[in-house]
Design a protein around this ligand. Structure first.
Ligand SMILES: *Cc1c(COP(=O)(O)O)cnc(C)c1O
Length: 227
């Protein structure tokens, strides 16, 4: 993608975010764009950073680590948003600022144990299977309170909130319900300090902003369709 195209995409995205923020009476500084850069080369991430984006989301560990080396001269914030196998937790704990895709206590414990002591706590969201789809990643709603309580008690990580990927839905009128459910699930947790709802992607971020998203994860609308 040309820099011109990238620049246009980012400007268009930020304008849509601003309109949604206004329409749904949110505060502009409460909604952050996480640029999902999986499968995009380091040069594209660098160009996006030069255009003002700072937080990047990656799904594949090895690919992400390589980009971090290439981009070490930039002050970027890296978010891990993909499925986590137990043997990947050490590298995630060592190299990322945030993790959005934790849905098991075992993984959270390992991230906590493996977070290097010279780094600030790892910022963590629990992924919730909000649409209740079988075989989908994420903790079920009925198991969320126990998992959240256990994770909140771990050292070296800070539980910030919840993340979800609802079942795909093209109908804007029906996109809001799962996001509302995630917001309500977080509000019902008896824990202080939860301030992050990681929800909304290219196809549904306006609905997510309507329901309180603080962090929208956008790939396609920034970088184009993935090959
Ligand atoms: C790929 C991905 C995104 C971005 O999706 P787009 O539809 O390209 O905006 C967001 N969140 C997660 C967890 C992803 O894997």
């Amino acid at each position: 993608m040309s820099e011109r195209q990238l620049s246009d995409n980012i400007a268009n995205l930020l304008a849509r975010v601003s309109r949604a923020v206004e329409k749904y009476q949110r505060n502009a500084d409460e909604v952050t764009v996480l640029a999902v850069s999986k499968t995009r080369p380091a040069g594209t991430v660098r160009a996006a950073a030069q255009l003002g984006l700072r937080a990047f989301g990656e799904n594949y560990l090895q690919e992400a680590l390589e980009k971090m080396v290439d981009l070490a001269d930039l002050d970027l914030q890296w978010h891990f948003i993909g499925p986590i196998q137990s043997n990947k937790t050490r590298a995630i704990a060592e190299h990322f600022h945030w993790v959005h895709s934790v849905d098991r206590l075992k993984v959270a414990r390992r991230l906590s144990e493996q977070r290097p002591s010279h780094l600030p706590p790892l910022q963590l969201c629990l992924q919730v299977n909000i649409s209740g789809e079988p075989s989908k990643a994420g903790v079920d709603l009925d198991e969320l309170p126990a998992l959240a309580a256990a994770v909140a008690g771990l050292p070296n990580i800070t539980l910030r909130g919840l993340m979800t990927i609802p079942a795909p839905c093209d109908d804007p009128a029906r996109q809001r319900a799962p996001f509302a459910a995630l917001r309500e699930a977080m509000a019902a947790l008896p824990l202080a300090g939860l301030d992050t709802l990681s929800m909304g992607m290219s196809g549904d971020f306006e609905a997510a902003i309507a329901e309180g998203a603080t962090l929208i994860r956008v790939g396609t609308d920034i970088f184009g369709a993935r090959g």
